[in-house]
Write a protein that binds this ligand. Structure first.
Ligand code: GLC
Length: 455
C-alpha cells in the first residue's frame, strides 16, 4: 500500500514538499496502526513506587515487575521507597503536592488512606465488588475514605516476638514469655550467660528510633498493658493514664540493661541484623523477618521461632500486635490509569501474594491464602498465629484521619526522648496529651464551623 502511493506518477506528488507530506503520512499510518492495534498496550510505560530494599523485598518486587512486563508488554519503571515509612510519606507527599504524573502506582502504608485520599483514583472503578470481597474486609474498610476505595491491600503486617529456641532450651525455659516481666527475666538470664562469649549480646531488641516504627512498638507496650490506643476511636486523647506510664517506665529501664543503648536509633533492619548475627535472645519485628532469620545466610537459621508479643501484668492486660501493612494506590494524576490498574491487579492477585508469602513470609491480604497448603508448608505459624493477625490493634489513623502523621510524630519523638533519658515519663506523657488535645481542640472547632456552613 505504501509502495503504491510512492509510485504515483503525478509530478505534483513527487516534489520535495510532497515527499515530506508523504513521509509524515507514512509515519502517521504506521503510528496509528501501532497504537490502535490489539498490541496497543505495548507502547505504554508506567512507574511504580514500591518496596524498599528491606531484606529481599525490593529485588523481589523488581523481579515481579519484569515478569508483568513480559506478560503484558507494558513497560514498567521501578522506584524503591526509602526504608523508613516516615521518610517514604515525605517523598510521596512531595509528589502529590506537585500533582506529578511521573509515578502511576504508589505503595502506601495502612495508616495513610486519609492522607492519600485526595490524590488517589477510586479503585472501585477497576475492581468489581466481588473482587474486593476477596480481601480482608477490615483492611478494605480501613482503605475506604468517604466511600472512595483509596488503595487495595497488598500485604498485611502484625508485630511479633521472635526468639532463639536453642537459647531458651539452653537456659532451661520451656516456653517463650507470656508477659513482659517474664520476657525481662528471661532476657536478663540469657544475656548474663551469653556475655561470656559475646560482649555485644543483648536480651531484647526492638525499634526505638524516632520514626513511625516506634509508634508501632509503643502502641503494643501501651495496649498490652491496658493503657488504650493513644487517641481512641471517638477522638478522645487517652495517652495520660497510669498503665501507659508504668509500661513506658519499664521499657525506659530496658534501654542500657536488657536492650542496647543504641536501640533508640534502631529501625527494623538494624534490629533484624543484630538478631540474625546471633547477638540477641528476643526480637520484636514484623513477619518478613522469619524468612530471613531462617534463610540460608542467617547465623541463627533453624533456631528462630515466632509467637505473639507478651502482655502486661495488670488486670486489663492483653496481648497486642500493631496492625501494619502496605496497599497499592493508583495516582489520580496518572496518565496511564488502565495500565497502572493492570499492574495493581497483578500484584494483589492470589498468585503474586502466594509467592510473596512463600518467599518473603509476608502476610497475604486474601484469607484464602491462610489455608493454602504450599504457604502453610513454609510458614505453619500463619495458621497458628492467625488470631493474632486478625485481632491486631490499629493505630489511631481512622480517628485522626489526615492528622495521623502529626499525632504519630508527637508520639514517636517524645517516646524516643523518654527512652534516651532526655525527659521523664511523666513529663513526656503530659506533653503528648497537651499537644494532641490542642490539635484536636483546633480541629473540632474547624469541623463544627464547617458543619455549620453546610446547613
Ligand atoms: C511496617 C508496617 C507498617 C509500619 C512500619 C513502621 O512496614 O507494615 O505499617 O508503619 O513497619 O516501621
Amino acid at each position: 500500500m505504501i509502495k503504491r502511493y510512492i509510485k504515483d506518477g503525478d509530478p505534483a506528488k513527487t516534489g520535495p514538499k510532497a515527499r515530506i507530506g508523504r513521509v509524515s503520512m507514512v509515519i502517521l499510518i504506521l503510528l496509528s496502526a501501532y497504537l490502535f492495534s490489539p498490541g496497543a498496550v505495548r507502547s505504554q510505560s508506567i512507574t511504580i513506587a514500591g518496596d524498599a530494599d528491606q531484606g529481599d523485598q525490593g529485588p523481589w518486587m523488581k523481579a515481579k515487575v519484569e515478569e508483568f512486563s513480559k506478560q503484558t508488554g507494558i513497560n514498567v519503571r521501578y522506584i524503591g521507597r526509602p526504608l523508613s515509612t516516615t521518610e517514604t510519606l515525605m517523598l510521596w507527599q512531595q509528589d502529590w503536592a506537585a500533582q506529578t504524573a511521573d509515578v502511576d502506582v504508589y505503595l502506601i502504608d495502612v495508616i495513610w488512606p486519609a492522607i492519600a485520599a485526595p490524590h488517589a483514583e477510586d479503585l472501585s472503578k477497576y475492581f468489581t465488588s466481588q473482587e474486593v470481597a476477596e480481601f480482608f474486609p477490615r483492611i478494605v474498610e480501613n482503605n475506604t475514605v468517604n466511600g472512595k476505595l483509596v488503595a487495595i491491600p497488598f500485604f498485611t503486617d502484625a508485630g511479633l516476638l521472635y526468639y532463639r529456641s536453642d537459647l531458651l532450651e539452653k537456659y532451661g525455659f520451656k516456653n517463650p514469655p507470656n508477659t513482659w516481666s517474664e520476657l525481662q527475666n528471661m532476657a536478663q538470664k540469657i544475656q548474663d550467660g551469653e556475655r561470656a562469649n559475646d560482649k555485644d549480646f543483648y536480651g531484647f531488641l526492638f525499634q526505638g528510633a524516632s520514626y513511625e516504627g516506634l509508634t508501632c512498638n509503643g502502641l503494643e507496650w501501651i495496649a498490652s498493658n491496658g493503657g488504650g490506643h493513644i487517641v481512641e476511636s471517638d477522638g478522645k486523647v487517652s495517652i495520660n493514664n497510669p498503665q501507659t506510664k508504668s509500661i513506658l517506665k519499664t521499657v525506659a529501664r530496658w534501654v542500657g540493661t536488657i536492650s542496647p543503648k543504641g536501640a533508640t536509633t534502631y529501625q527494623e533492619e538494624e534490629s533484624r541484623n543484630a538478631f540474625q548475627e546471633g547477638h540477641a535472645a528476643f526480637l520484636r519485628n514484623w513477619p518478613y523477618v522469619y524468612a530471613l532469620a531462617n534463610g540460608k545466610d542467617s547465623q541463627v537459621k533453624g533456631h528462630v521461632d515466632v509467637t505473639s508479643l507478651p502482655q502486661g501484668d495488670g488486670p486489663n492486660a492483653s496481648h497486642a500486635a500493631t496492625l501494619g501493612g502496605w496497599q497499592l494506590m493508583l495516582s489520580k494524576y496518572s496518565k496511564n490509569k488502565d495500565a497502572a490498574a493492570k499492574l495493581i491487579k497483578y500484584f494483589v492477585s492470589f498468585e503474586t501474594q502466594k509467592d510473596n508469602a512463600i518467599k518473603l513470609t509476608r502476610l497475604p491480604t486474601r484469607p484464602a491464602l491462610y489455608e493454602d497448603k504450599d504457604v502453610l508448608a513454609v510458614a505453619p505459624w500463619f495458621a497458628r498465629l492467625r488470631p493474632v493477625f486478625e485481632s491486631a490493634v490499629a493505630r489511631p489513623s481512622t480517628a485522626t484521619g489526615a492528622d495521623y502523621n502529626k499525632v504519630s510524630t508527637t508520639f514517636f519523638q517524645t517516646t524516643n526522648q523518654i527512652l534516651n533519658g532526655a525527659i521523664s515519663v511523666d513529663e513526656g506523657v503530659s506533653t503528648m496529651e497537651s499537644e494532641d488535645e490542642a490539635r484536636y481542640a483546633l480541629n473540632h472547632k474547624f469541623q463544627s464551623k464547617h458543619a455549620n456552613n453546610m446547613f
